[in-house]
Each structure stands twice: as structure tokens, then as C-alpha cells.
Design a protein around this ligand. Structure first.
Ligand SMILES: [Cu+2]
Length: 159
């Protein structure tokens, strides 16, 4: 009897330990979008800051909060505090407030330099007038018919 010996070659399986490169892709751009209200801070930078003049109109007076302003753009916040219509005209003139040239019971607007003027404001209404003023003497006038003659004019200086 022949005993054949089978040699069983054990194939040692070589397990290649792959170097598991743990490519941890952590932290890929998940920044919080919590800055949505950062652009709403421009509300308080209005042009009507230190240079703003408040002008109250009434029967029969033009009453500015200040009698002078600095040259440049001047903002007049005009309020009709009276019971009838009024307006504000900014007139550049060296004349005294009551010595402006007149026509038809009002200042002759063709004979003076008008730097700015509001529309006629109903009682209680407000308006903003912006005028670029050079240095000099001005008169603030309400030039609705007969209002100037009632005394609605006051001196104003730009320096
Ligand atoms: Cu008036």
C-alpha cells in the first residue's frame, strides 16, 4: 500500500494591512449665517445733522431755530404752526428784511435771488428744504400774497 502524503501547502494568506489613511474631512464650511443684521446701521447718518435749521411759520412770523448757518448745504426743516397756508423762501439779499423789492403785495421774486423755496404748506404740514448757500446775508420770507407785508420775514446769515 502506498501512502501518498499530500503536502498541503498552506498558503499563508498575507493580509496586507492597508494603511487606512483616515481622511477625516472634518469641518467643511458650516459657518453660521448669523450676521444678517449687520448692514442696518446706516439709518442714523442723515444729512440733517448739525446743519439743520428748524423754521416755524405762523401768523405772521418766520421763526428759525438759529439766525445763522455755515456755508454749504443747509437743511431747513420747515413746519407750518399756523392756521393758514405758509411757505418758506430763502432769499439772498443785503437788504434789510423789510426792504426787499415788492410787486403785487409780495416780494418781487424776479428782482431777488431765491436760493430755495418750499411749496405752500397747509396748516400743520412740514417740509424739508435743502439749499446750497454761499456766505452772505439772506432773508427768510413767506411770500404768499400779503404775508410779507404782515411781517413774515427775518434776517439770516450764512458764514
Ligand atoms: Cu405766510
Amino acid at each position: 500500500m502506498f501512502i501518498s502524503i499530500k503536502r498541503v501547502g498552506l498558503m499563508a494568506g498575507v493580509s496586507l494591512l492597508g494603511l487606512a489613511a483616515a481622511c477625516s474631512s472634518g469641518g467643511s464650511g458650516t459657518s453660521d449665517k448669523t450676521n444678517t443684521s449687520a448692514n442696518s446701521s446706516a439709518a442714523s447718518t442723515s444729512a440733517s445733522g448739525a446743519g439743520a435749521i428748524t423754521v416755524s411759520l405762523s401768523e405772521w412770523k418766520v421763526a428759525p431755530s438759529a439766525a445763522k448757518a455755515k456755508a454749504g448745504e443747509v437743511t431747513f426743516n420747515v413746519a407750518n404752526k399756523g392756521a393758514t397756508q405758509h411757505e418758506l423762501a430763502v432769499i439772498k439779499s443785503d437788504a434789510a428784511p423789510d426792504k426787499l423789492p415788492q410787486a403785487n403785495a409780495a416780494v418781487d421774486e424776479k428782482a431777488v435771488t431765491i436760493s430755495g423755496k418750499t411749496e405752500a404748506l397747509d396748516a400743520g404740514k412740514v417740509s424739508t428744504l435743502k439749499a446750497t448757500l454761499t456766505a452772505g446775508k439772506y432773508v427768510l420770507v413767506c411770500n404768499l400774497p400779503a404775508h410779507y407785508g404782515q411781517g413774515m420775514a427775518t434776517a439770516f446769515t450764512v458764514e
